[in-house]
Structure formats: structure tokens, C-alpha cells
Design a protein around this ligand. Structure first.
Ligand code: MN9
Length: 290
């Protein structure tokens, strides 16, 4: 089983001024991050605004990303959709391209029972041979998988890990302990250090799009046992995350890249652009801590 380690930006989806996928900006963001030393990209996740993309655009995005990356680093793609059938359609498409793993949020909105969640992942595993990274993000899906449920999911063939975007690190630690060969990705940038302290050795994050170098340094400090320095750096990162979550993560990520010279457009409606005051506050915060 492949062990994923290191820093994986939850890649944003750039749009042009007409609101279409912007391949030029996409390439810039990807190259910028490969040069910094990221291990791969998590494509079409929350930061990638996947629920605001059509099925065709999700496929097109993956075609673009795989072509740009050209096997230099890993690609993990979120194929989660409401219906199993649609998810499998995206999974099959992913299988025809160079991806290291697929990932899926559990189906949400309707309240499914545990057998239905288990079947969802088992059906995908039957349809394609790609490894699966479960996307656990209860704050957005409203799907709260308890320890027993997660353990049953991890028993499914092809499940090789989880993107754990949850503040419940005790749950994460118990999964890592029980399934040591799998890869559990820390999913909250502000909890990078605590997640590593509890056994995570990889992370997926939205702020990595514009400050991957900070997390690469943080990982090095952790490995070297320089915990005091690591804590200071995590503290600086958290000042950034605090303002980012206040103004809106995805809009903030796009604005940060714009400040760095890469125009990724706006988030899709119903998201609204940042107000001038928000933009100013964000700019000041990045100038101070980034
Ligand atoms: O990809 C991201 N999760 C969401 C992971 O955006 C929902 C995180 O990087 C958070 O944006 C970040 C702020 O809470 O940790």
C-alpha cells in the first residue's frame, strides 16, 4: 500500500473573467507549488469548489491537472457526488488518467444509514481499481462517522487512507493506530502540528496553495524535533487562518494568490467577492505573517 507523506495543496479551481476554467492560471499555481516541493495535489475538493462545477467541468479540470503535472507529483481527486452512479462515472474517468488515488465525501443532504455509506464506498471499489482516500469533513457534509463506522469503512478493499478535516484528533489518532499501513492526511491547516504529533505524516490544506513553504518548513522542524520553533511557526500560520476563516476560506485563497501575481478569478456564485474592507484586512494580515 502506497504511503502518502508530505504537503498536498487542496488545489483551488481558477476561473477566467468569463467564469470558465482557467488553464493558464492553473498551470501557474501548479508549477509554483511543485517548485516549492509539494508532494502532490488534492483536486476538486472543497477548496476546488467541486459542488459549483458541472460533471463535465470536473472531468475537464482533472484532464488539465494531470496533463500539467505529468506524473511529477501525486494527484488525488475528489470524485464524491450525491449519487453512486455519478461518483462511479467520475471514478472511471479518473482511472483513465494518471492519478494516484481517488477520494470521496460520503453522500450527504439525505440522511443515509451506515450500510448505505458502506455500500457507497464498496460499489466504487468494485467499479475501479484505484486506491480510495475517504474524505471525512463532517462540518460541511453533516455526516458524522463515529469510530465504529470509520473502522468499517477502512476495512473496505481499496481504502488506503482518509483526509481528516475534523477537529476530532482523538478519532484520527485511533484510526492511525488501528490501520498503521494507511495514510491519514491532516485536513485542518491550523492543526497541522497537533495532527503530526498524533501520527499523521501527510496533510491536505487550502492555505498550502499560497504558503506551502511554511508547512514544508513546519514538517522539517517537526521531524528534527524542534518543537519550540515549530510551535511559533504554527502560531503564525494560525493568525493567517483566523482571518481567512473570517473572510471566507476559498475567496481568501484566491485573493492571496492574486496578491502573489496569479489571478485565479472569483469564486463561483452564490459566493460573493470579498468586500474592500475584507480585502484590506486580508492583505495586511498576509503582509505581517506570510
Ligand atoms: O482542505 C480545508 N478544508 C476546508 C482542507 O476548506 C473545508 C482546510 O485547509 C481548511 O480550509 C483550513 C481552515 O479551517 O484548515
Amino acid at each position: 500500500m502506497k504511503k502518502f507523506t508530505g504537503i498536498y495543496p487542496a488545489l483551488l479551481t481558477p476561473f477566467d473573467h468569463a467564469g470558465n476554467l482557467n488553464a493558464v492560471a492553473l498551470e501557474k499555481v501548479i508549477e509554483h507549488n511543485i517548485n516549492k516541493g509539494v508532494r502532490g495535489f488534492y483536486v476538486g475538493g472543497s477548496t476546488g469548489e467541486f459542488l459549483l462545477l458541472s460533471m463535465e467541468e470536473r472531468k475537464e479540470l482533472l484532464v488539465l491537472v494531470t496533463a500539467i503535472v505529468s506524473k511529477r507529483v501525486d494527484i488525488i481527486v475528489n470524485i464524491g457526488a450525491f449519487a453512486t452512479e455519478h461518483t462511479i462515472d467520475l471514478a472511471r474517468h479518473a482511472e483513465s488518467l494518471d492519478v494516484a488515488a481517488i477520494s470521496a465525501v460520503p453522500p450527504f443532504y439525505f440522511k443515509f444509514n451506515l450500510s448505505e455509506y458502506l455500500n457507497f464506498y464498496a460499489d466504487i471499489a468494485k467499479a475501479v481499481s484505484l486506491p480510495m482516500v475517504i474524505y471525512n469533513i463532517p462540518v460541511l457534509t453533516g455526516v458524522h462517522l463515529d469510530q465504529k463506522a470509520l473502522e468499517q469503512l477502512f476495512a473496505i478493499e481499496h481504502v488506503v487512507g482518509m483526509k481528516h478535516t475534523s477537529y476530532d484528533l482523538h478519532q484520527m489518532q485511533r484510526i492511525i493506530e488501528k490501520f498503521p499501513d494507511t495514510s491519514v492526511f491532516g485536513g485542518h491547516d491550523e492543526l497541522f502540528l497537533p495532527a503530526y504529533s498524533l501520527g499523521a505524516r501527510a496533510a491536505i490544506g487550502s492555505t498550502f496553495n499560497f504558503m506551502a513553504e511554511k508547512f514544508i518548513t513546519l514538517e522539517k522542524l517537526f521531524i528534527a524535533g524542534e518543537m519550540e520553533k515549530a510551535l511559533i511557526l504554527q502560531g503564525e500560520i494560525n493568525k493567517i487562518v483566523e482571518v481567512l476563516t473570517e473572510i471566507g476560506v476559498f475567496k481568501g485563497v484566491k485573493a492571496a494568490l492574486r496578491f502573489q501575481g496569479i489571478d485565479c478569478g472569483e469564486c463561483r456564485k452564490p459566493f460573493m467577492p470579498l468586500s474592500l474592507a475584507e480585502e484590506e484586512k486580508w492583505h495586511k494580515t498576509l503582509e505581517k505573517y506570510c
